[in-house]
Design a binder for this molecule. Sequence first.
Ligand SMILES: O=C(O)CCC(=O)C(=O)O
Ligand SMILES: [Fe+2]
Length: 279
Amino acid sequence: MQSFATETADPEVIVEELLRGAGAVRLTGLFTPDEIAEARAIIMAESDAATEKVTHFQGAAAEDGTLGLQRRVWNLLAKGEVFSRMAAHPVLMRVLRRFLGSEFIMGSIAANRILPGGPGQEPHVDYPYWDFHSPETHPVGLNGSFPMNAQVSIILDPFTEESGATAYLPGSQRELRYPTEADGFFERCERMLGDPGDTVLFFGAVWHCAMPNRSNHDRNAVLTQYLPKWVKPMEDMPAALPPDLVANASPDLRQLLGLNYPYPEVLDAAAAGNTEGRA
Ligand SMILES: O=C(O)CCC(=O)C(=O)O
Ligand SMILES: [Fe+2]
């Protein structure tokens, strides 16, 4: 995987690598050790409490309902100001504006903590492609020639082969389909290795998955989903945040929350009374 230090993060080069190259790049030097430690402490505390919700995401909880060895912490913006800084980091904003369009939004910001002994995942593609098991539910001809997703994984613990660093198959984003047995994903995959503070940016159409944690330490990452402005976000973030956080959001954060492009709206003139000038 190509690495870019903050000052050498040329959006054009990175966009080319995401679309037509490996599909993933590493960015270094975006976050301070203090920011990483603060984020990790919040996630560890939140995921020690038995508050997590079982969702369709694999491994959220054990079958008997007890906390599993893969734990999600959702809605991170509500859990510490550090996560707003992470989501709207200027280098990420610059690169993602080029990749997803200048008015791109965020669809989710959550943590994935895999404890020692915790499971990995099946190789997959991310929202809005996650149910591409059924391509017929998507528009005909949809392909990976332009991106409808970018994922950012901020690494909070050493990501090694042993600890379950995310696996991915370079170049697979060009196909936009799910891998089959014949693709030999686990034989051919590479890993998103990194040190705490390193950040991996990838196109979510690349086949990837968390891997089992066979180390003796937790493996935490902040996973943020970014989308073009017109893709329906996965989480309703404004609804899940304290009103004052939304009201005081910076211009970049307002954009990420989707507040600059607020469709669907009621555009019936009689009902809304303010629709003049709309197409
Ligand atoms: O935590 C990881 O290594 C990857 C998680 C992932 O790809 C997902 O949850 O969609
Ligand atoms: Fe994923």
